[in-house]
Design a protein around this ligand. Structure first.
Ligand code: NAD
Length: 465
């Protein structure tokens, strides 16, 4: 592990106040300044993509291809925000509803919120940290950037690079774990953007409530995948296996479990196993395309989860190895929807349980037994059945006939619902999340004769409707 320093608590205390003062200078409100800073971020990412990919590899042994799949969407978000900033930041004009206000000018300004704290997660340590930062910069805020301490290689590189490209008067990196983040939450902030698990999400929200600070929470959950009878084929299996074992299953929108009609479970299990072998060979440990579990704590959590699972149902491609933090891509089938160790919490690792169902209604019941997930995946071309699944369930987002790639499509926003999160970002919404829509009404100073009707004394003729 590289030498990686947490920020001293003394340097955190007072940081919010300091940035509130620099925010009031008005510099970050200037559109030209915001575009400069966004361009600097684009440059940071483009000039250092190799260094960043190496750091991500250092954290999870993620292949360069997978690392680039988080760096490239971040660059594209820079481009989108630079190109569209004038449109996004332009005040909207509105029409008065009441005749008495018809001479007024009504506008809704897109004001920056002020000082924003962005708390990143470790599994996509560039994208999940810097993508919201871009939105906060575009919206004209000062930003405190808190990388996850778990992905320390990337945190170290980001900490070195940010001050070389961004104006340190307005954008600061703070490193640390629970203690440092807790200290940050005491600071005067105007918005908190958190990505990570729901348990810590509740702590963040409770802390934010003490100062009435608005929050965006990007959380997780068990994202179900339904394979309709017409979609049991090699293409479906490849797409699901790719999204599941990408980054060794450590993806917030990874397909968590698959619902397959019961007479097709055996065939589908075989198709997924074939896809895994095609991707990683017969021993995934020797494939450089396959990542590792981020640390021993996560490894042990995943290993414990398998305790008590019937070995006959476990199909693993490789031998687990704690020293190497390797957990083999593993299909488990059949798995009952209730009362099975893999059907309790979000897996966040390379296990794929396959749950037999009777029909679409049964699949809907199983999905609705749990918290609303971050994503719902449906494979099939039967529009009636696909629509039925979407109409009768809830989730942060839906992707039909593929998995996980909707997150990188910035034409649509991304976020959870209920326990999988609140608020959203990406594309235009990355900007919208970090502004306050401030309504302004300009009244003519004249017209007093008409407007004076509201003044006391309130005579009966004034009160009549
Ligand atoms: P993590 O351990 O990196 O924690 C996230 C952040 O919270 C870190 O910056 C960490 O320093 C901070 N933190 C930890 N404990 C804290 C405390 N007690 N008080 C204040 N801050 C604290 O990440 P994680 O929670 O292991 O991430 C995994 C979870 O995140 C999964 O549930 C996953 O689904 C979810 N996730 C969601 C998204 C999304 O975009 N919705 C993306 C990635 C991960």
């Amino acid at each position: 592990m590289p030498s990686f320093q947490f920020t001293p608590l003394a340097a955190i205390q007072g940081l919010g106040k300091e940035l509130q003062t620099t925010f009031r200078s008005g510099v970050t409100r200037d559109l030209k300044f915001r575009k400069q800073q966004l361009k600097a971020m684009q440059q940071l990412l483009e000039e250092n993509s190799d260094i960043l990919a190496e750091a991500i590899h250092g954290d999870m042994r993620k292949h360069r291809m997978e690392a680039m799949l988080e760096i490239i969407p971040t660059i594209n978000e820079c481009k989108h925000l630079i190109k569209n900033l004038d449109r996004l930041a332009k005040p909207k004009s509105a029409k008065a509803h009441y005749a008495i206000n018809s001479m007024d000018k009504l506008i809704v300004r897109k004001d920056p919120k002020g000082v924003v704290l962005v708390i990143g997660a470790w599994n996509y340590p560039v994208y999940l940290l810097l993508d919201p930062v871009l939105g906060a910069i575009a919206a004209g805020n000062c930003v405190i950037i808190k990388p996850s301490e778990v992905s320390s290689h990337t945190a170290k590189v980001v900490t070195e690079l940010i001050p070389k490209y961004l104006d340190s008067r307005f954008y600061r990196v703070v490193n640390g774990g629970a203690q440092e983040t807790t200290a940050l939450l005491e600071e005067p902030l105007d918005h908190i953007f958190y990505t990570g698990g729901g348990t810590v999400g509740k702590i963040i929200m409770a802390k934010a409530a003490q100062q009435l600070i608005p929050v965006t929470l990007e959380l997780g959950g068990k994202s179900p995948t339904v394979v309709l009878p017409d979609a049991v084929n090699a293409t479906t299996a490849s797409r699901i296996a790719w999204g599941k074992f990408f980054n060794c299953g450590q993806t917030c929108v990874a397909p968590d479990y698959v619902l397959v009609q019961k007479d097709q479970v055996e065939e589908f299990t075989e198709l997924v196993r074939n896809a895994i072998v095609k991707f990683y060979g017969k021993d995934a440990a020797s494939s450089d395309s396959y990542s590792r579990i981020v640390n021993e704590r996560q490894y042990d959590r995943l290993a414990n989860m398998m305790q008590g699972v019937d070995p006959v149902t476990v199909h693993a491609v490789g031998e687990n190895n704690r020293e190497d933090l390797f957990i083999a891509p593993t299909v488990v089938a059949p798995v009952p929807a209730k009362g099975h160790p893999l059907m309790e919490d979000e897996l966040f690792g390379p296990y794929l349980p396959i749950v037999p169902v009777d029909d679409v209604d049964h699949a809907i019941d199983i999905i609705n037994m749990r918290d609303h997930p971050l994503a719902l995946y449906v494979f099939g071309d039967n529009k009636k059945q696909v629509d039925k699944l979407i109409d009768n369930t809830r989730s942060g987002g839906v992707l039909v006939n593929d998995v996980i790639i909707h997150v990188a499509e910035h034409g649509i926003s991304f976020g959870g619902v209920g326990p999988s999160g609140m608020g959203s970002y990406h594309g235009d919404n990355s900007f919208n999340t970090f502004v306050h829509e401030r309504s302004v009404m300009f009244k003519p100073s004249g017209m007093e004769k008409v407007l004076a009707a509201r003044y006391p004394p309130y005579t009966d003729d004034k009160v009549s409707l």
